[in-house]
Design a binder for this molecule. Structure first.
Ligand SMILES: NC(=O)c1ccc[n+]([C@@H]2O[C@H](COP(=O)([O-])OP(=O)(O)OC[C@H]3O[C@@H](n4cnc5c(N)ncnc54)[C@H](O)[C@@H]3O)[C@@H](O)[C@H]2O)c1
Ligand SMILES: [Zn+2]
Ligand SMILES: [Zn+2]
Length: 361
């Protein structure tokens, strides 16, 4: 028997989201149904609504969530009913060529639920990132559930399900930020600020926050930025060089996903430094780079899917750091809202008024 719940649906490109009745099937083999307790509004949800990810409308949005497992299907052993979990959108398969090489964070065959959630009329929904958690209940693959310490409130824990994990991981896992490094983070939204917090955790000596909005730069200081640059007022490459004895940074992170910003990150890194692209570009964007610089500057140009995280390894560890007071996840939560407020939250995100709006149930 399917569950009937409310969910936030994007029906067509650019159209405001609507609250719809959705049908969530009983979990099949390997699947779990989760009662969602909190789900953050990530820029990727807006990318979906704008048609920037793909055309598989209607989307059930929401993917940055924590909740409690309410039902499991046949053969599920990693979680039980009643477990408090963070949902992840890269449940690794353990068998593909990336997993076989011992690099499961690159898994090329991640798992999602096999069954579909639908609208009341039977129309199949595409859940954002295989999750769809702006809903009272959602159906996922059991591997998308990672059990964590229930002492962490869902508003904080859910953030690790996407943006905050992506940012922390972009710095620590992909960028390899270590003690004494210099780092520049372009774009100080939820993802960029998490890259800043992650750089601080890793012991970076200088963390330069770049944004076009002074409010974001103020918040970035609270996350651990040692310097800030408003790239509307000043050339960020020059400013970063001036702050690093003329050399540039060891790790430059683009948390916007825009060719002009990527170029700034490319130009702002030191010799043998690393550029990390964690912001998501849209399919029309292209970039041209002087190949001699790509070669001559050495180092690495990397992309970061989900901060190259392994949920089973990283979520419980980061929740422990949160509970010890070493990672302030609460600082990312600008407001808690209801399901009806997601469209307004997109507006606020678009205008830079919030770091994270989090839907609570
Ligand atoms: N790689 C991943 O796994 C992953 C995961 C989650 C989100 N993302 C992506 O990361 C990006 C950021 O997400 P978010 O939720 O932090 O978004 P956000 O909208 O909260 O933050 C974006 C920030 O970039 C700033 N910005 C915009 N244009 C700029 C420019 N030209 N120069 C400098 N700063 C600029 C904005 O002022 C804002 O502070 C999005 O593209 C999102 O889709 C990627
Ligand atoms: Zn795999
Ligand atoms: Zn996200």
């Amino acid at each position: 028997m399917a569950y009937e719940v409310k969910g936030v649906v994007a029906r067509s490109k650019g159209a405001p989201v609507t609250i719809e009745t959705i049908l969530v099937p009983d979990p099949g083999p390997g699947e779990a149904v989760v009662d969602v307790q909190a789900c953050g509004v990530c820029h990727t949800d807006l990318h979906y609504r704008e048609g920037g990810i793909n055309d598989e409308f209607p989307f059930l949005l929401g993917h940055e969530a924590a909740g409690v497992v309410s039902a499991i299907g046949e053969g599920v052993t990693n979680v039980a009913v009643g477990d408090y979990v963070i949902l992840n959108w890269r449940a690794v398969c353990g068998q593909c060529r990336a997993c076989a090489k011992g690099k499961p964070w690159y898994c090329f065959d991640t798992h999602n639920a096999a069954q579909k959630m639908t609208l009341a009329d039977g129309t199949e929904l595409s859940p954002a990132l295989g999750i769809g958690a702006f809903a009272e209940k959602t159906l996922v693959h059991s591997g998308q559930c990672t059990k964590v310490d229930p002492a962490a409130p869902p508003t904080a824990a859910g953030l690790l399900g996407c943006g905050v994990m992506a940012g922390i991981g972009a710095a620590i896992n992909t960028g390899g930020v270590g003690r004494g490094d210099t780092v520049a983070v372009f774009g100080c939204g939820g993802v960029g600020d998490a890259a800043i917090a992650g750089s601080r955790l890793a012991g970076a000596a200088k963390i330069i926050a770049v944004d076009i909005d002074d409010r974001k730069l103020e918040w970035a200081k609270g996350m651990g930025a040692t310097h800030t640059v408003n790239s509307k007022d000043a050339d960020p490459v020059e400013a970063i060089k001036a702050l690093t004895d003329g050399f540039g940074v060891d790790v430059a992170i683009d948390a916007v996903g825009h060719p002009a910003v990527y170029r700034q990150a490319f130009d702002a890194r030191d010799l043998a430094g690393t550029v990390v692209l964690v912001g998501v570009p849209n399919p029309t964007m292209t970039i041209e780079l002087p190949l001699i610089e790509v070669f001559g500057r050495g180092g690495a140009l990397k992309s970061s899917w989900y901060g190259d995280c392994l949920p089973s390894r990283d979520f419980p560890m980061l929740i422990d750091l949160y509970l010890q007071g070493r990672l302030d996840l609460d600082a990312f939560v600008s407001e808690t809202i209801g399901l009806d407020d997601v469209e307004a939250a997109f507006e606020k995100m678009h205008h830079g008024d919030v770091l994270r709006s989090v839907v609570v149930f």
